[in-house]
Design a protein around this ligand. Structure first.
Ligand code: GTP
Length: 597
């Protein structure tokens, strides 16, 4: 098709508002995939994604659609739906001219949607509002349309009302894509500039790069160069996604496709980088490229020391496919050998942990996540510290700075009080509150990232019965009065349990943490003191009393099922334990600091 008949678009939606269901319906109605070959939700094709019902990696699909006897090519570029991946979202938006804004007509606009709409507006995208789930009895499309007009300022008179599930309104959406979204600019004569919006590692072919040709054209066999990292390759294979890969010889400005070029790791084909020709380079790279910066770090230790090498190999394999994952070896006397790993956020962290355990069969102890602190040392140097146990001694440091985030929360007005309480409790600084509609408010706070890592999101959800949503962005570093809290179990310091806390909270955290550890650590044959210290000063102390008798003794001669049950319980308890000195410490204890009341 001519470039005037190409439309490139993505779908902006809050988690669960129906993006995947709608994408599937678009693919089905355009005959891109046959119904019978359609696995449920074609676009989310990682198992983990399907299980959790969230989109992690983006994908793309080319559809053919005929309107008024004119053939059109519609390229859908999928975007991930979670705050951890907002850089990836911004790059896939930059590859489009338009976006469908899908809002659940029984819910309304959410913080995440709002943030992504702003990103789309910054990229000058044409936004088409779509009110989904009109089949639900609780759907209020009129109210939600008005809400979109008030909050975002989009004209919603022509908003499409649809039910992705029932297949209502899908043709209207396809028509709107054609009539409302502008075609790409015809710059096929310019030097090549193609934007990488996704890449993944294929064990047989190397990295597969997904890109949108912004200017110029690219042919199979071309010698290409990535502008941010300067590396050169030969494009062995290029093609389009329909949505399965289909080879073509050449792609022109406005088109979306993939290439493979024997690239060894996704870090060499980073999202946001610009592809150009080796012999005829573009003057400037496309704007918006940025390095991945991990925001949270944690330690990963194999329970069985023999699995250390396996863990290294697994991390290396995952890294081939995940440019944001960082790791380096870490060891401690209590925990043995493991790795300190960096992640974009908590969801990213959980996904990696789950894959290590499920796909690589590793049995791991994971330590509580920490942010990166900046320590201004007495000798004038500034060091970054992402591991509380490595914080320079008080005498060696002048001050500590911690990362702050700006957090925007949308909530029905009934929950404002309890959410404000939560933010204040987490050292949040109140900035703003606006009623975006009569019944919903936007709250803006600035708060330390460290206070958000952990159960903040869960708390927000539970305090608002699931109705509040949030979005955050890093705003820089600020000096805080922070101290290191150490834990000793049976007299042994356990570095993996060290944490950095605000001075004003240290006593309360120390007390709550020792109390929690006492609950979580099973009793031993001897008395076990658990202490929290700042420096050499003990600020809180608890003790596990000794078990006098063997667990089975009370069943002596007794009922066999009871005995089996007890043994089973013991075996389960043993699954994820790390021996610290003479004491077995379970996985939950390492995360205890995140769940203090
Ligand atoms: P992420 O992948 O996490 O971004 O979620 P999503 O936005 O892709 O949501 P998904 O398509 O998975 O839909 C979420 C839930 O809403 C699923 O249980 C769908 O079956 C349901 N759903 C989607 N569209 C409709 C609709 O039109 N009507 C009704 N009743 N349910 C729908």
């Amino acid at each position: 098709v001519p470039i005037s008949n190409i439309r490139n678009f993505c779908i902006i939606a809050h988690i669960d508002h129906g993006k995947s269901t709608l994408a599937d319906k678009l693919l089905e109605l355009t005959g891109t995939v046959q119904k019978r070959e359609m696995k449920e939700q074609f676009l989310d094709n990682m198992d983990l994604e399907r299980e959790r019902g969230i989109t992690i990696k983006l994908q793309a699909a080319r559809m053919r659609y005929v309107m008024n006897n004119e053939p059109y090519c519609l390229n859908l570029i999928d975007t991930p739906g979670h705050v951890d991946f907002s850089y990836e979202v911004s790059r896939s938006l930059a590859a489009c001219e338009g976006a469908l804004l899908v809002v659940d007509a029984s819910q309304g606009v959410e913080a995440q949607t709002l943030a992504n709409v702003y990103l789309a507006l910054e990229n000058n995208l044409e936004i088409i509002p779509v009110l989904n789930k009109i089949d639900l009895p609780g759907a209020e499309p009129d109210r939600v349309a008005q809400e979109i007009e008030e909050i975002i300022g989009l004209d919603c008179r022509d908003a499409v009302r649809c039910s992705a599930k029932e297949g209502i309104g899908i043709t209207e959406i396809l028509d709107a894509l054609v009539t409302k979204i502008p075609p790409p600019k015809d710059t096929a004569k310019d030097p090549l500039r193609a934007l990488i919006f996704d890449s993944y590692y294929d064990p047989y072919r190397g990295v597969i790069v997904y890109f949108r040709v912004i200017d110029g054209s690219i042919k199979k066999g071309d010698k290409i160069c990535f502008m941010a990292n300067g590396k050169e390759y030969v494009a062995d294979e290029i093609g389009v996604l329909s949505p399965n890969q289909m080879q073509v010889d050449e792609l022109y400005a406005g088109e979306v496709g993939y290439l493979s070029a024997s690239i060894r790791s996704v870090a060499d084909a980073r999202v946001g980088d610009t592809i150009t020709h080796y012999s005829k380079k573009a003057d400037h790279a496309l704007p918006g490229y940025s390095q991945a910066t991990p925001m949270v770090f944690c330690g990963l230790f194999p329970i069985d020391a023999d699995q250390f090498e396996e863990l290294r190999e697994a991390l290396e394999k995952l890294q081939l496919n995940d440019a944001a994952l960082k790791f380096e070896p870490e060891s401690s006397s209590a925990m043995g050998f493991g790795f300190r790993c960096g992640f974009l956020g908590l969801l990213h962290m959980e996904i990696v942990q789950e894959r290590l355990e499920r796909e690589y069969n590793l049995n791991l102890i994971i330590t509580a996540p920490s942010v990166v602190y900046r320590v201004n040392c007495a000798d004038g140097e500034t060091v970054e510290c992402s591991n509380p146990s490595l914080l320079p001694e008080p005498g060696k440091r002048r001050s500590i700075e911690e990362p702050y985030v700006k957090i925007e929360m949308l909530t029905p007005k009934d929950y404002i009080g309890s959410i404000m309480e939560l933010a204040q409790d987490r050292r949040g600084e109140f900035k703003e509150m606006n009623f975006i509609t009569e019944s919903r408010a936007k709250l803006i706070y600035e708060l330390p990232l460290a206070e958000m890592v952990g159960d903040f999101f869960d708390q927000l959800k539970s305090r608002s019965k699931g109705y509040a949503s949030m979005e955050y962005s890093l705003i820089g570093y600020r000096e805080s009065q922070l101290v290191k809290l150490d834990i000793q179990i049976n007299g042994d310091p356990v570095e993996a349990l060290s944490t950095i806390v605000h001075r004003d909270k240290a006593y309360a955290v120390g007390r709550a943490l020792t109390h929690k550890l006492k609950e979580l650590i099973p009793r031993q044959m001897f008395r076990v003191p658990i202490q929290a210290c700042i420096g050499t000063k003990v600020i809180a102390s608890e003790a596990l009393s000794a078990i006098r008798k063997d667990v089975l003794s009370k069943c002596y001669g007794g009922d066999i099922t009871r005995k089996k049950k007890l043994l089973k319980k013991q075996a389960e308890g043993k699954k994820r334990m790390k021996a610290i000195g003479r004491v077995d410490v379970p996985q939950e204890a390492f995360m205890a600091v995140l769940k203090l009341e």
